[in-house]
Each structure stands twice: as structure tokens, then as C-alpha cells.
Design a protein around this ligand. Structure first.
Ligand code: SF4
Length: 305
């Protein structure tokens, strides 16, 4: 059954000159058919380099597909399930950011790429978990409004001399909030030879209890280069699927089996096929919001080089 759908997807992809981009948290069946897999930064860079394609199927959440649209306003950007939204991205509405900017007129504004486009258009720059520290250092201002993820903001605060002002207070990823220091301690007991890694969206006490704090792209690179054989992975569960297929021979243990981003799992092979066939659902933004947001996206891409 899957094989015939995969064949249909391949055929449609060719007919329509399409590319499938997928995030590291996608389920295995989607990872296996993707042309490119990556973390938010890698996907953003890839989305800026697809001049030769007419159609993009984005297997990730809404803000990722929106960013691909901002970078490619003349291409069709499809998302197999339109309900695939990142709850954290919606924690910072445009009005709340504008209010914070009024209260701190001397502050620079960095928004995590996990934010809605209506808010992105008012940012000086964006960042991902892979480049947040570098981006913060690239701004002239000493004071920075940073949102929506408070934990990533705290991580940047710890690594730089900047004053980080979180906006909104309490912005978080519900998946990475599931991890607790007790989980780290338990895994250390069970796997004393493992290096324990978590994502900077985890709470600060969890970050401090781990050996490494890395973006998903950073995890992949670190594990590939490490001579250690065992790792505890503190992020969404399907990151282990990605590492296993890319770097065989390592022993990977999830910090928490239940760390599942539900909306990332909404995409299926059938929905990818249907999106290609119907050229829908399409992600589109009002052109003024897309063009104003492009400035912040571009600043991040330039500063990441
Ligand atoms: S893992 Fe968290 S930040 Fe990433 S898409 Fe899911 S809810 Fe959003």
C-alpha cells in the first residue's frame, strides 16, 4: 500500500517539478520520502536555494512553511495538513510585541523563527535554536526583546552579555517543557556511559543538568563527530529516527518516550500525495506582511553565514 503511494508521490513530484522539505521531527515515513531533512535553520537556508523548483511541499509546522513562502513569494508552498500549527509560535500575537516595543524603544528585537508572520514583520532579525547566540551578538543593542520561547531566551542570556527581555512572559514549547531534571538523573543512572544532550527549548534546570545543549542540527553534527557510542537525546522523539538513519552504529536513548509534537505528526504519505495532486492546501501571506518579514529573515540568513 505504502509503496504504491510512494510511487505516486515520486511521479507527481517529477511532473510538477516539486521538492519535499521535512523537519527532523517528522515521522519515519515522511523522513524517508523527503528530498531534504533538517532543523529550522537548515530548512530556511534550503528554502532560500530552490530557484529551480516550482512547487514546495513543506512537512513541518505552519511557521516553517510561512518562512518558505516569505523567501519564495512567487512559488506555491504547500503544507499537507493545514492544521499543523506550532502552539508556541501563536503565543506571541502582533499586538503584544508592539506593546513591548513601545515599552522598550531602545531594545533590538529578535524573534525565534517559531513565531507568526504578523509578529515577524516587526522584528529586527530572526533566530533559530542553532544560531540564537550568534544572532544576539550580531545586534548593536545591549538590550534585546526576545520571543516567544523564554527558555531559548534564557539560554542566550547565559551565553552573552546582552540583557534579554522575554516576550511574552511564559512563552514555551509544550513538548520540551515535559522534560525534568529527574528524567536526566534517571537516564544517567540507566546509561552511565552516555552523553546527555537536550534542546535549548528545555527548562534551564534541565539544560544545566545535561552535558550538551544543542539544536537538532547541532545534535546530529555532535554525535557524528563524537567518539562516544551512547547518547541520551532530550528532544522530540523522532529526532532519534533521523540520527539512527543518518549515523548507524550509535546507541541512542530517548530522555522521554512521550516527547511527541502532535501537530508535527499530522502529515501522512496520503496527505503528501493529495497536496501534490491538488496543489493544496497552500500557505500564503498578505504580500505586505511577507515583504516586511523578509527583512528579518534575510538578516538572520546573512548573520548565520
Ligand atoms: S516541538 Fe515545540 S516548538 Fe517545535 S513545532 Fe512542536 S510545539 Fe512548536
Amino acid at each position: 500500500m505504502n509503496n504504491s503511494i510512494i510511487d505516486e508521490i515520486k511521479k507527481l513530484k517529477e511532473e510538477k517539478n516539486a521538492i519535499i522539505l521535512a523537519h527532523n521531527y517528522q515521522p519515519k515515513e515522511i523522513q524517508d520520502i523527503a528530498d531534504f531533512l533538517g532543523d529550522s535553520l537548515e530548512l530556511c537556508i534550503k528554502a532560500s536555494e530552490i530557484e529551480d523548483k516550482d512547487l514546495v511541499v513543506f512537512c513541518g509546522v505552519d511557521f516553517m512553511a510561512e518562512t518558505a513562502h516569505i523567501l519564495n513569494p512567487d512559488k506555491k508552498i504547500l503544507i499537507p495538513d493545514i492544521e499543523a500549527e506550532c502552539p508556541m509560535a501563536h503565543m506571541l500575537p502582533e499586538e503584544e510585541l508592539l506593546k513591548a516595543k513601545e515599552e522598550h524603544p531602545d531594545a533590538g528585537v529578535i524573534l525565534y523563527v517559531n513565531s507568526i508572520a504578523e509578529a515577524k514583520q516587526h522584528a529586527d532579525t530572526l533566530c533559530t535554536s542553532a544560531n540564537a547566540v550568534k544572532i544576539a551578538e550580531s545586534l548593536n543593542q545591549d538590550k534585546i526583546l526576545f520571543g516567544p520561547d523564554n527558555n531559548l531566551g534564557a539560554h542566550v542570556q547565559e551565553k552573552t552579555d546582552k540583557e534579554i527581555i522575554p516576550v511574552p512572559k511564559g512563552g514555551h514549547c509544550y513538548v520540551h517543557k515535559l522534560f525534568h531534571v529527574e528524567d536526566v538523573e534517571l537516564k544517567r543512572e540507566q546509561h552511565p556511559n552516555a552523553i546527555v544532550i537536550c534542546h535549548p527549548e528545555c527548562n534551564m534546570d534541565v539544560q544545566e543538568a545535561c552535558d550538551e545543549v544543542l539544536s537538532t542540527g547541532g545534535m546530529l553534527k555532535f554525535i557524528e563527530e563524537s567518539e562516544n557510542e551512547e547518547f541520551v537525546i532530550g528532544t522530540e522523539i523522532d529526532m532519534i529516527t533521523r540520527i539512527n538513519s543518518e549515523i548507524p552504529g550509535k546507541k541512542l536513548y530517548p530522555m522521554l518516550e512521550g516527547a511527541i509534537c502532535e501537530t508535527m505528526k499530522l502529515h501522512t504519505l496520503e496527505k503528501v500525495r493529495d497536496a501534490l495532486k491538488n496543489e493544496a492546501p497552500e500557505i500564503k501571506l498578505p504580500s505586505d506582511i511577507a515583504s516586511k518579514s523578509l527583512k528579518a529573515v534575510q538578516h538572520m540568513l546573512d548573520a548565520s553565514n
